[in-house]
Design a protein around this ligand. Sequence first.
Ligand code: NAI
Ligand code: MG
Length: 519
Amino acid sequence: MLPPFRNEPHTDFTNPAHAAAFRAALQTVRATLGQTYPMHIGGQAVHTEQHFPTLNPSNPSERLAHFAQGDASHADQAIEAARCAFKTWQYTPVQERAGYLLRAAAEMRRRKHEFSAAMVLEVGKSWSEADADTAEAIDFLEYYARLAVEIADSSAKLTPFEGEHLTLTYIPLGVGAVIPPWNFPCAITCGMASAALVTGNTVVLKPAEQSPLIAWMLCELFWDNGLPAGVLNLVTGPGHIVGARMVEHPQTRFIAFTGSRPVGVGIYAKAGTLVPGQTWLKRTIAELGGKDAVVVDDSADLEAAARGIVASAFGFQGQKCSAGSRAVIVESVYEWVAQRVVELTRQLTVGNPEHDPTTYNGPVVDATAHRKILSYIDIGKTEGVLLAGGHAIETPSGGYFIAPTVFGEVDSRARIAQEEIFGPVLALIKARDFDHALHIANDTDYGLTGAVYARDQHKLERAKREFHVGNLYLNRKSTGAMVGAHPFGGFNMSGTDSKAGGPDYLYHFTQAKATAERL
Ligand code: NAI
Ligand code: MG
């Protein structure tokens, strides 16, 4: 019997011993940099002539590693390897499959700071953000291991039928294409891949181009622990080539995708198109973007609201699907809250997070993101009043730093109030009253997270009913969902609401087989 699931605690870096351990882990990871990594297909290393680098966004001339530049043929090979491995993996007892997750969790816990340090270097997370990402990955492993065992046989839930022995078993689907984003490169990659594996599917994983190193470290936990060849295959290369082929391959049974709306919509459509040789309807689990709002009522604790707005908007440079990129504030308290948000935003420190655990904001992930965010800041200058930030921060290293930016008096239909910017840009929107604020909050194509600050219980009850988001937070920030406590996923264009880290997540990776045996 396993002990009950508990969330992995976050590390307190004000404790000098923890800070020293983290610095040591940064050195450990630094000592491994500069290598060239192959793909991993059917238990074999697969090399290519061409490679692509993974960079340190704080210092883009620093190439952390080089990865094999895969193409469609590698996707085909990996799917074939996964198809062969599925023949036996699907019948592996669930306890044994769960064991791989639990051993990976134990090893990740032992080397926790190494995983976090790799994220500081590869995607520019602050120490605390990286630590939370690793903790969430451990949580997914522990949580899904328990859940898989629990749901494997659900026969007890059936109504007895005279003269028959009944079973209801959740069996795996087959080969899964697992396609994560770079922004939670450990947690989301680990969550989607481990959910697929523990339910008896085999996986072809293609990490985001910006974060293959952390994906490699994660996969090694499984490969080094004797996971049978072909059960977890890693292919690397451009999403629109390798990922696209994985999605359209006739032997792919399901796709687990987390990423941007345009890519997700394209995948959803492609997965719905039958190709020659395909004998099933592919299942698509797609978790997409957000334009999440933090609503502030005049009954709110305004200081808490201002702090919540800033934390929601700027944690990991606003590069979270749950980021509160809109603050919708009731008119009578707008001026006070706006001013306090600006003060708090100006206090945020920006720099290379490697050197200092108190650095709040690192760089944005790459040159493309840097350009895109700055172009939205230009748009914002025509759509609202610039109150803080509004520019790149130049450093000798050429890191992709952007000052946390606040625009006031933004119209709720403005582009910076409607489009996902995925960077440190916050739009403040004035509402006439709470009704109007809720209307504005819902007036978006998305529906991922939302927060409401109010003391008036009636208004909180109205938000519970009417604020149409997958994750609603009352009197707290819009980010920081914990596995098991806050099952995570959104409505409308935020995706298929598969609720990662929740009690029904694993069902998406299974099909239910009902058997009745006449006695
Ligand atoms: P992205 O959509 O650019 O890439 C995601 C993945 O898709 C990458 O692995 C990429 O290589 C791959 N890909 C790209 N084109 C493809 C194609 N044609 N076919 C198959 N695969 C393809 O997203 P990005 O920039 O990596 O991540 C940021 C986005 O992810 C944001 O929109 C964010 O809101 C969203 N996100 C959503 C979450 C949720 O739970 N709803 C959680 C975290 C991020
Ligand atoms: Mg990188």
